[in-house]
Structures are given as structure tokens and as C-alpha cells.
Design a binder for this molecule. Structure first.
Ligand code: PEP
Ligand code: MG
Length: 315
């Protein structure tokens, strides 16, 4: 079965009744783009640039960043590249970027909150990304957006950079991983080009369970109906405005989650390269109409366990 999936890794993932879902790769290392494409990735759905920065001994200047990003664009040969700008803070620190200790780092100066405090960091990264793209399919997204003013400030900086370095087809979107933004997805949907559901953090914040907790993290299950409800709302809101939605958290490669996410209407699943062939094969075995019915049932469940049991009996 695994070999069969691998043989078809480069074919699109289309359900038996003709519904296509994009399957893309998560990258933390620019050198891995070639392998991702070889694994059947239809693009990169999440380039975690804080991990790219970690491969340097100091803050990479614009030229150094351009060289990094160009490697990915070259490997992708026209396939879309979704780049998340620096998501520092929480559990991720850059050794060369001094940060004050915090009592609750996951609730602290993290992601866009830090970037808006250090706008030069963000501006330089935006310049490097847009210059490296040279008009190729670049989609930039911001981590940890929780309120509309953060989105607007970040978006304004992109527009400012675009006046110096034009890019006609640039898409600008955001991670949906902070509950306040997910709840108000219908407001954000009017202004963004796309959403990417960061289900790792969204689950952590919705369930109030530290995603790395040695005892509790097993309970931080993205199939909890509360999380699925937010994903459902986000997809509905985005589609109402003609925007697309991806899922780039671990949930995207979870065999029990795939039929539900597809059934909810998620347009793209992004995951580690090794999972792509199997997820594509799984999508090909699905009937979209049935997956929609399953998703609806899942939304009515009362616990993640109940959802997992439901999918287990269904497949
Ligand atoms: C997420 O939060 O789901 C996500 C994809 O981002 P990260 O795991 O890097 O926080
Ligand atoms: Mg996250």
C-alpha cells in the first residue's frame, strides 16, 4: 500500500467524486525543498523561517536571506511557496536575539507581537522575500495574529515594501492559531488573501493545554470539536470571500483527521514531506460528499475521543 502510494506521489489528490485538495510540504530548512518536491509536494505550505534563521550565527542580512529563499524558489520551479515570517518566542528562541525571560512564554512576546516591536526585522525579511521571489508565486503569512490591528500593521508594512519592490501576484495571509482571531475569522476573511490553520497552537490555546506538556500534551487533540468548529467557521468565512484555507499543523497528516478536514472544505493540507504520498492516497480513496457528512457529524460530537471513534467506525 505504501509502495503504491509512493508510485502515485506526483499525481494530484482528487476524491472519487472529483474534489481536489492541494497537498504541500512544511519546511524548516531551505535545503529540504528539493526532497519535498521529490516526495510529491505541490508546493510549500509552510516555510518556518525562524528555523532558517537558526542555521545562521547572527541575524542574516537581506542578501544572505535572499540566497536562502532563492534556493527554495529554484527547487519549487513555479510551485507556490507559503512563507511564514519569523515566529520567535514561545518555545523558539534565536541565540543571537536577546529576549527578556517571561513567566508564560506561549502567552508572551511571540510571533507578530515580537515583529511589531522590532519592525526592522520584519521589514528586512519582507524585502528579502519579495526580492528573492522575482515575481514567482510567493505567499507571505504572519504568525500569531490575534487582533485586526496587528494584521493591518503587518499588511501595511508589506504594502510599503511593495512600493519599492513590486510583486504583482503576491498573496498576503495569516496563520489562524490564536483563538480571538479564529472566532472573528469572518472579519479577517475580508482583508486577507488566505488563512493557514496552525492547529498545533490553535489547539493549545483553545484547550488551554501546553502543546509540549509531558503529561497533558496527549490531550491537546486538534480533533476536539471546539477546534473543528473554529476550522469550520474559518473555511466558511474564507470561501464566502473567495479566499482559500490551508491546514499546516500536525493535524493535516493525521489519518483520522484527513477525511474531516477534507469534508470541512479545507483547500490545502501541508505536512512533512514523508507524509505526502500517503495523505494523497487517502484523499483519492475518499468521497467528498461522504466526507462532508462525516465532518458534520464530527462537529456535533462532544469530545476528541468521540470524533476519533466516529472516524474509526466510518473508514
Ligand atoms: C501550528 O501552530 O500549528 C504551526 C503550524 O506552527 P508551529 O508548529 O511552528 O507553531
Ligand atoms: Mg504555531
Amino acid at each position: 500500500q505504501k509502495r503504491l502510494a509512493a508510485e502515485q506521489a506526483h499525481a494530484p489528490a482528487i476524491t472519487t467524486d472529483g474534489h481536489r485538495v492541494e497537498v504541500a510540504a512544511n519546511l524548516g530548512n531551505v535545503g529540504d525543498a528539493t526532497a519535498a518536491v521529490a516526495n510529491g509536494a505541490e508546493g510549500v505550505g509552510l516555510l518556518r523561517t525562524e528555523l532558517v534563521f537558526m542555521s545562521h550565527q547572527e541575524i542574516p542580512d537581506i542578501e544572505t536571506q535572499i540566497a536562502d529563499y532563492e534556493q527554495v524558489f529554484d527547487a519549487l520551479a513555479g510551485k507556490p511557496l507559503v512563507v511564514r515570517v519569523l515566529d520567535i518566542g514561545g518555545d523558539k528562541a534565536l541565540p543571537y536575539l536577546p529576549m527578556a525571560a517571561e513567566e508564560n512564554p506561549f502567552l508572551g512576546l511571540r510571533g507578530i507581537r515580537l515583529l511589531l516591536e522590532q519592525p526592522e526585522l520584519l521589514r528586512n525579511q519582507l524585502i528579502a522575500l519579495i526580492r528573492a521571489a522575482k515575481g514567482r508565486d510567493l505567499r507571505i503569512m504572519f504568525p500569531m495574529i490575534g487582533c485586526i490591528s496587528q494584521w493591518r500593521a503587518a499588511r501595511a508594512m508589506v504594502d510599503e515594501v511593495l512600493t519599492d519592490y513590486p510583486h504583482e501576484a503576491l498573496q498576503v495571509g495569516m496563520m489562524l492559531e490564536v483563538p480571538s482571531a479564529a472566532v472573528l475569522a469572518h472579519q479577517f476573511a475580508k482583508e486577507v488573501d488566505f488563512f493557514s490553520m496552525g492547529t498545533n497552537d490553535l489547539t493549545q490555546y483553545v484547550l488551554a493545554i501546553d502543546r509540549g506538556h509531558p503529561v497533558l500534551s496527549k490531550q491537546a487533540d486538534g480533533l476536539h470539536p471546539s477546534v473543528l468548529t473554529l476550522i469550520n467557521q474559518a473555511v466558511q468565512a474564507a470561501h464566502a470571500h473567495g479566499k482559500w484555507v490551508g491546514v499546516c499543523g500536525e493535524l493535516a497528516a493525521d489519518a483520522k483527521a484527513v477525511p474531516i478536514l477534507v469534508g470541512l472544505g479545507v483547500d490545502e493540507l501541508s505536512m512533512s514531506g514523508g507524509a505526502i504520498a500517503l495523505v494523497k492516497a487517502q484523499i483519492r480513496s475518499l468521497d467528498f460528499g461522504q466526507a462532508q457528512a462525516l465532518a458534520k457529524q464530527a462537529l456535533a460530537c462532544q469530545s476528541a475521543e468521540e470524533v476519533r471513534q466516529l472516524v474509526g467506525e466510518w473508514s
